[in-house]
Ligand binder design. Structure first.
Ligand code: FES
Ligand code: FES
Length: 176
């Protein structure tokens, strides 16, 4: 077993993990973080993407034992309790989500993109979002969501009240 100290969504964890344990399994099975999805398990679908020290990584290909001292951010860590991040709101408003399996991956790759490029071009949006596969074919709506999120962030609207968004869009359950 390997001792690893990891900060996930702002909370520090001291873990003993097998050397070959994937970050995907650490997040889902040890820490109960369910937004991180396993699709292909081999770095192709992008549904498992999280941020490690601000960089997007496939958690299915990342060994937790190599992450001592790292900061990991998942969808659950994008906004404080009771709030939703502008990217989450933009994805809701674009009505791009069908089954939703791919959505956390798209939101996390969008976060990585907008952290680097405030006003991405269509080409940049398509290139970054090509890291994630959507079997429901929601790409055009997701492209719109990224543009909408960029606009919100540019206007300084980073966080939205979760209760208000729920009521406005009649949402019973929101992934955080
Ligand atoms: S589950 Fe990691 S890329 Fe598909
Ligand atoms: S919304 Fe179903 S896989 Fe993308």
């Amino acid at each position: 077993m390997v001792k690893v100290s990891l900060t996930v969504n702002g909370v520090k964890y001291d873990l003993d993990v097998p050397p070959t344990e994937r970050l995907l399994d650490t997040l889902r099975n040890r820490l109960g973080i369910s937004s991180v999805k396993e699709g292909c398990g081999r770095g192709e679908c992008g549904s498992c993407i999280v941020l490690v020290n601000g960089n997007p990584v496939h958690s299915c290909l990342t060994l937790t034992s190599r992450l001592d001292g790292a900061e990991v951010t998942t969808l659950e860590g994008l906004a404080p309790q009771g709030k939703l991040h502008a990217i989450q709101v933009a994805f809701i408003e674009a009505r791009g989500v069908q089954c939703g399996f791919c959505t956390p991956g798209f939101i996390m790759i969008t976060k990585a993109l907008l952290d680097r490029v405030k006003e991405p071009s269509e080409k940049e949006i398509r290139r970054w979002l090509s890291s994630v596969l959507c079997r429901c074919g929601s790409y055009p709506l997701y492209f719109e969501a990224v543009k909408r999120a960029a606009k919100y962030i540019k206007e300084g609207k980073i966080y939205f009240d979760e209760k208000e968004v729920r009521e406005k869009y009649h949402l019973k359950v929101l992934a955080r």
